[in-house]
Design a binder for this molecule. Sequence first.
Ligand code: F6P
Length: 344
Amino acid sequence: MRVALLTGGGDCPGLNAVIYAAVKKGINHYGDEFIGFLNGWKGVLENQWIPLTLESTDGIQLKGGTILHSSRTNVKKIPGGIEKVQEVLKENKIDALIALGGDDTQSVTLFLAENGISAVGVPKTIDNDINGTDATFGYDTAVSIATEAVDRIHTTADSHNRVIVVEVMGRDAGWIAMASGIAGGAHVVLVPEKPVDLDHVCALLKYNYDHGKHYGVVVVAEGCHLPESGQILGSGKVDSFGHAQLSGVGEALAKLIEEKTGFETRSVNLGHTQRGGVPTAYDRLLGQRYGLHAIDMVHEGKWGRIAVLKGTDITDITIKEAISTNRRLDQRFFDVIAGLEAKV
Ligand code: F6P
């Protein structure tokens, strides 16, 4: 078969591992040929691609980012977009398409599969919030990076008797905040699933100061809602899927904490640092397992389906189910956060 791959949406450590494994098994086990469209759906619309061979993909599983580059392009919103995709796939004699991406990218994959295109998906996000899968590759790397940052914040916050708010990614779900906050020993962890209770946050920090610890570390997910102002929309820009760019909740929260407590409060936004660099061993392994399953799905004709991790097994579900909702933290995780907080 002649198979095309593409990566859409925000990049994610482990994308290259998926590409590597799909190409390797496809060529060695099935005798496939591969191309990779550049810059997500944009590259399909513009017919921009590179050949993917055993030589060109050799060793990429160790690297971060995506060798195919990425964009946030919504084919569904482009007049004649679906026809153009069909035309480009036909012109390049593509028998099947593997799209690596989050819910936005996969909404396009589903749309194409429903319109006769042989396409399957691989879930991708550092946010770990795709429905129906227990873990997405990239999340473990993001958590390691954020945890190291939170660890480092302790000594400088302590030295200056400050509160420092660390803003991490997490638009709809607080997986990164929860894991890095707990692993990094933050005194307060705030997630988008629950509105911020400023009185409670300040009470937790005051507890520290009243009990001999004259500093505080707060981890807040970018999608958290603040009292009165709600979500903080950094640049005011909106992407082609209608999502506002989020940024600045850490800084806004730091101001509120300083006003309310009188403690000097600073903030740091970890931003895209969390998506950069090499994937952890876990993400390299998980990414390769997803890649192997994706090429098997192609040969089984599982169009409109997406690879998922269930427990320790890689299997697949419909893309429709995967994009129907976000996977958010549930009560079990709120109990962990609450169980570790000081009693105030
Ligand atoms: O990939 C998801 C995500 O990491 C979100 O947490 C964040 O809001 C978004 O990407 C930012 O992506 P970009 O700035 O690249 O558009």
